[in-house]
Design a protein. Structure first.
Length: 260
């Protein structure tokens, strides 16, 4: 099928005002919507995981929907997912399919792979002489998201990354606290994108920010097209995606040789 397995690397350089020098060039790699089985096979996930390793990320994040219908299928992907590695760790949130299929089981499988699941929580960690916030919320359709709890423990006045499966919640979440960048999936980019007609079917909370980078209030949002497929085993004009986002000081404040 067209574009079904043509894995694409999308590279974004994201300007962040007042970005500390230690964070200039910080590299985040995102995977989303693996939907392991029935349509998405292990070989595509293995290919994505191998490509992530070549990027040498500082942080790897997975933004939900590891499974499609049966929670137990997660255990077939544990060994592959365990190969993900990053300097500051690998983190995930659950998606609507994960929660509806069985959140406890899916979470168990993810954690067996050595990946930390962020469930309405967040933390601050050191990057050189600077600090960075990372938070994640439960799925916003079938779960019990609490953005206030996720943001509450974070240090003030430093960049904040938020993992949230559904992208459209940024409209509300960006009003709660300062979110530098929300990383989401859920939409599959529409999975099928027809010339002139666009995307015939989009999911709840994924109808507004369908794919790519968006500016919402004072926050950035990136919606990943995901790896997998649902409903039908086809992608058209909408290839599966790995996202690489590099944080950068605005160009007028950066030296010429920080990033090529």
């Amino acid at each position: 099928m067209p574009f079904q397995n043509q894995l694409t690397l999308e590279q974004i350089q994201l300007p962040i005002p007042d970005l500390p020098e230690s964070l200039d060039g910080f590299k985040i790699v995102q995977l989303s919507d693996l939907h392991y089985l029935p349509f998405t096979k292990l070989d595509l996930i293995e290919k994505a995981v191998a490509q992530v390793a070549t990027r040498k990320p500082d942080l790897v994040v997975l933004t939900g929907d590891f499974v499609t219908h049966e929670a137990e299928t997660i255990f077939g992907a544990v060994q592959t997912l365990s190969r993900l590695n990053a300097k500051y760790g690998v983190f995930a949130v659950l998606g609507n399919h994960d929660v509806r299929s069985g959140a406890r089981i899916v979470r168990q499988g993810i954690e067996e792979a050595g990946i930390s699941v962020l469930h309405n929580c967040g933390f601050t960690f050191d990057v050189g002489n600077s600090r960075l916030n990372l938070a994640g919320v439960d799925d916003c359709i079938w779960g019990h998201p609490d953005i206030h709890a996720a943001l509450a423990p974070l240090a003030p006045r430093i960049p904040t990354l938020l993992l949230a499966h559904e992208p459209d919640v940024i409209d509300d979440f960006s009003e709660v606290g300062p979110i530098t960048l929300q990383l989401s999936g859920h939409t599959h980019g529409g999975q099928v994108r027809l010339p002139l007609l666009g995307t015939p079917v989009l999911p709840k909370l994924g109808e507004k920010y369908v794919q790519g980078l968006h500016r919402v209030n004072n926050s950035w949002l990136y919606t990943n097209r995901g790896l997998g497929m649902v409903s039908m085993p086809i992608r058209f004009n909408c290839p599966p995606e790995i996202t690489e986002i590099v944080l950068a000081a605005p160009s007028d404040k950066r030296s010429d040789n920080v990033l090529s």
